[in-house]
Design a protein around this ligand. Structure first.
Ligand SMILES: [Zn+2]
Length: 667
């Protein structure tokens, strides 16, 4: 039942290439999972073992998850629209099947209970296995297994409706190709290479899309306020109005389901299995965050606006316009921190950065990467890297899809397609290699330059690779606990920890290399770059608190929410110096609302642990392989098999704390 992807051909074979193949994959998976579940359910109660009941279910879910992830990847990245559509249809069909056959299957719940009550009391289980059993029972209960048949049927119906609405919501965001056109004068301030790379319409006007590279370049560097304003409005209206009603429906459905399952709200349901546990605790955490970063955010804004860039005006009541904020910040940075980000990019070509990133991770974690050529994947831009352990064992396969295309997912993310496993001897006796995709949207090479990454892109690269390492080094024996299958409010911790590395001078020296001269960054630039780290931390924290509160409040009790009023209220709380412009409909493209739900706070929450870890590791020496191996084994390798707080304690030798985190807001 376990999928072992042991070579490149097997990796290529994971990806369906025709609509027919997608349909067959979905049908075969449904058939196989159903057969497996039937076998589990039909077993006599007193004969059950952990392997034939609990592990069997875990591996069936793992199999289905792989197919879902592959389909998800197809719909996010495949250039062929018919394949993307087929993958979406397949996802819907498979998800609907899984709700009935696994999540809401009363017979399966009974089988788990039978095992727990009978053989589960006698069989010698590892802590990980015991935890899997307990967690599974809790998940079944959260799914409403205690409800009457009539109510349970209603919950199933609502969940299917919800899944459809969520998928449509995400697709509308990916499909949104909002753009504006401007003449040459409207691009003043942007560099020639960037301007040359822009497409033009029939009249020769330049087309500016709302993809991240274009948007960031314009909003930070374009001197023409009208261009920034128009592009800001376009970006803040992605998937509007089509997502407005969908989002209302998602909120109402989630609220209804949560109440039917006996929770006070969807936020309560959503947080029960997290480190934070309750919305009240998250509220308190965010309030502490807001208050502690308030002073620093005021100081930052005062500093940046002390010398307004030419052409930037305040409103009649002295406020800033939202499309000016990034421009003001970038101008200040350019002037006083003397770091020209356009120039900085020349030190981070995509290939060189990838090579150095791989070598850093190799050294710290004790693994070996080999970049190899593989054909037959979904696009010619996709690169392949194989990862090996020191003893030569294959750890897994990495697929890198790093450059933007039309209709491709517009952010960066890591996707685990096949989970890494280390099976106990009696089951199979070996390791199952991971298959992992990293998706990003870095600027492409031009006729005169290789692909050059902004410093933020490099940070993103380190971050997503952190997730990839978490998945790659997974060494649990349950798929459900492998690598990144842990609490959502802990899952960002390893990737955020690796982001911190970039701000270490020795690391920066090693990673940077001018694409023409081959020189690394000079010491002064490195010093300034490291100094910049806390430059906008206060404003950043305020914005994150605002977004986290928005998500949390969307899913507090109540089927109907006034999203514009909520947005305005939170904007006033965290950005009082900036005008609220009601032409925006940002919630329509706030994709995290469906994926993360009320748990958007988890980004800040997991950062507490990331900084604690980083400072501990730095004290021991960043290239201390002994610490790296211990980190791989005790934190990354254990995935979700141990409560995050416990993992941290074992690795640190003490309770984790927030000292390192809050020190960033007072420095
Ligand atoms: Zn992440």
């Amino acid at each position: 039942m376990i999928l072992k992807v042991e070579n490149r051909d097997a990796v290529v074979a994971l990806f369906p290439k025709t609509v027919r193949e997608i349909e067959r994959r979905v049908d075969d998976t449904i058939w196989e999972v159903q057969k497996g579940i039937d076998t589990i359910v039909e077993r006599a109660a007193y004969k059950r073992t952990f392997d034939d009941t609990i592990r069997a279910e875990d591996q069936l879910v793992g199999l289905a998850q792989t197919v879902l992830s592959v389909l998800n990847l197809v719909s996010m990245t495949n250039p062929d629209e018919t394949l993307r559509d087929a993958a979406q249809r397949g996802t819907l069909k498979l998800q609907a099947f899984l709700i009935d056959s696994i999540q809401m299957n009363k017979d399966l719940y009974r089988a788990f209970n039978e095992y727990a009550q009978l053989q589960g009391k006698n069989e010698a289980l590892t802590d990980e296995q015991r935890r899997y059993l307990d967690e599974s029972l809790r998940i079944f209960e959260r799914e409403g297994m205690g409800l009457s048949d009539e109510k349970r049927t209603e919950v199933i119906k609502l969940k299917k409706e919800l899944a459809e609405a969520e998928i449509a919501f995400g697709l509308n965001i990916n499909k949104a190709l909002n753009a504006i056109t401007v003449d040459r004068a409207g691009l003043d301030g942007l560099n020639d290479v960037f301007i040359e790379s822009l497409k033009r319409d029939a009249e020769g006007r330049y087309i500016l899309g709302v993809d991240m590279p274009t948007y960031t370049a314009v909003i930070e560097h374009c001197k023409v306020a009208a261009t920034r304003e128009a592009l800001w409005v376009a970006r803040e209206n992605r998937a509007y109005p089509e997502n407005e009603e969908l989002l209302k429906r998602i909120i109402a459905l989630r609220d209804k389901i949560a109440h039917m399952l006996g929770f006070a709200s969807f936020s309560h349901l959503n947080l029960e299995d997290q480190m934070a546990k309750t919305p009240e605790r998250v509220d308190a955490f965010l309030e502490e965050m807001r208050v502690k970063s308030l002073e620093k955010s005021h100081q930052e804004l005062e500093l940046w606006t002390s010398e307004m860039p030419e052409g930037v005006k305040r409103s009649s009541d002295g406020k800033l316009y939202p499309w000016d904020l990034s421009f003001i910040k970038a101008s200040y940075k350019k002037k006083h921190l003397s770091l020209d980000e356009q120039h900085l990019k020349e030190y981070f070509s995509a290939q060189r950065t990838l090579d150095e990133l791989l070598s850093l991770y190799e050294q710290f974690l004790g693994i070996e990467f080999r970049q190899e050529v593989v054909t037959g994947l979904w696009h010619e831009d996709v690169r392949y890297v194989a990862a090996y352990a020191q003893n030569g064992a294959l750890l897994g396969h990495l697929l890198l899809d790093l450059f933007p295309r039309d209709f491709k997912y517009t952010h960066a993310c890591e996707m685990t397609l096949v989970s890494a496993l280390t099976l106990p001897d009696h089951a199979s006796g070996s390791r199952c290699p991971a298959v992992i995709a990293v998706i990003a949207n870095f600027p492409k090479a031009t006729a005169t330059q290789p692909a050059l990454l902004s410093f933020r892109d490099v940070e993103t690269f380190f971050h997503e690779f952190g997730h990839a390492m978490h998945a790659l080094l997974g060494a649990t024996d349950m798929v459900g606990f492998s690598g990144t299958n842990t609490r959502l409010d802990f899952v960002e911790t390893p990737s955020q920890m690796f982001e911190e590395w970039l701000y270490d001078p020795t690391v920066l020296k090693r990673v940077s290399c001018h694409y023409q001269t081959g020189e690394p960054l000079d010491d002064l630039t490195i010093e300034r770059l490291c100094g910049q780290k806390c430059f906008d931390k206060g404003m950043f924290a305020q914005r994150q608190v605002g977004l986290s509160l928005f998500a949390l409040n969307c899913f507090k009790s109540g089927e109907v929410k006034n999203l514009s009023a909520l947005d305005r209220q939170l904007h006033t709380l965290v950005m009082p110096e900036v005008i609220y412009d009601d032409r925006k409909h940002f919630a329509c493209s706030f994709g995290h609302l469906t994926e993360y739900g009320a748990r958007y706070y988890s980004y800040l929450w997991s950062k507490v642990f990331a900084l604690d870890l980083f400072h501990y590791i730095k004290e021991q020496g960043l290239f201390n392989a002994e610490v790296g191996h211990r980190f791989a084994a005790q934190v990354l390798g254990r995935g979700g098999a141990v409560e995050p707080n416990e993992l941290m304690k074992q690795f640190l030798g003490r309770e984790p704390n927030s000292e390192a985190f809050f020190s960033e807001f007072t420095s």
